[in-house]
Write a protein that binds this ligand. Sequence first.
Ligand code: GLU
Length: 449
Amino acid sequence: MSVASEAVTDALRELHTRFAGLGDGQLADHIPQLALADPDAFGLALFSMEGHSYSTGDAGATFTMQSVSKPFVYALALAVLGLDEVGRWVNAEPSGEAFNAISLEPVTGRPDNAMVNAGAIVTTALIPDTPGAPRFGRILDCLSRFAGRQLDVDEQVYASEAVTGDRNRALAYLIRSAGPLPVDPVAAVETYFRQCAVRVTTLDLAAMAATLAHGGVNPLTGDAVVPEPVAAQVLAVMATCGMYDASGDWLLRVGLPAKSGVSGGLIASGPARFGLATYSPLLDPTGTSVRGRAALGALSERLGLHLMHNPALAGSTVTLITTADDLPSARTGPRALARHERVAVVAAQGALDFTAAERVLYALDESRPQETGSVVLDLRQVTDIDSVARAMLRRGLGRLVEGGVRTAVADPAGRLAPLPCAGEQDEAALRPFASREEAMTWCASGLAG
Ligand code: GLU
């Protein structure tokens, strides 16, 4: 066993040992097949953003998704129709009510959110249904891509809910009577029952949660299942509405976007960090797995996973603010040295986002380029620049150029290059130089010596 596997699997095993004896809760029985589940089953799984998987207990046992399907079908609807159109039919407010509550807005008839049954039925109804691509086919394909393997339907569980699902049918009729939904929610209920009966393992659910955490790209297969903004929108609704009438308490204590289902599945996503899933069918009164809730709560506390937790800032962004006097590149003769000494240098490292870009721009100011007349920004140790940071840096550098500062970037990887920059006047200033030395020489050569 590898060391990573030992460290992470050990943490999962400890949780399994700690909570396996927890015998509280009830099996769901409003869908008779669910009452046949093994009450002792307990699986835990984690997927990293690199697609590494760790699991313990009954993580390979199959069960049906039930409500855990809701965020993924919501993601499909958002990807196909966009937030504004989906939002016309389904709101995004926590209902504070049970999963099967009649939570419809008084005037519009819109369900409160897509994580309760009423909203999920409408969401399912919004998925296009065409002869070439039937609604359920699209849903099953999407769920399978989230999981990274072809999933199927547990026909017995589907049939069981189809026989007993009158409350959901009643909800659908109410929705139809309350609002002008352009499709038939009653037909959508049958599709909704099928999506709830899609069969998964705990490992599948962890991969699905990881795909949401990974900006919609399945970390195992590399498949871009939904666009990144859609993944973020789904995680936001999971954070506020994913745990039914216990959503606020969950966000307070566990601090992760999550979704539970009445078969005992539970997922949680750490944005850009991991996907987690548990399976244990004994449920608390809100319809959430008792062992799953306990295990994810303990894991979040132990590993500091709470979203609002504010860990020490990631390593320093700016590694150097100086003039050239103490740099080894100042070796080209006394005249050149004198000029090099007047070139300010700022070096940055790591991945640059908004926060890091602010640090770099602040450091550029601190290097007082207006006094030296010239500045080099050294990005050789930068591993990534997101679009926000790139735009900020290009705009900041453009301003320096406009202010008459001779400005160069050591950027052999061309990370700053692709985006046009407002206010950019001197292309040469933003031309990537392969080394700091070349950039400095270019800067120094333009200074009166
Ligand atoms: N199919 C289930 C129902 O509608 C899903 C509910 C849930 O998992 O919370 O009753």
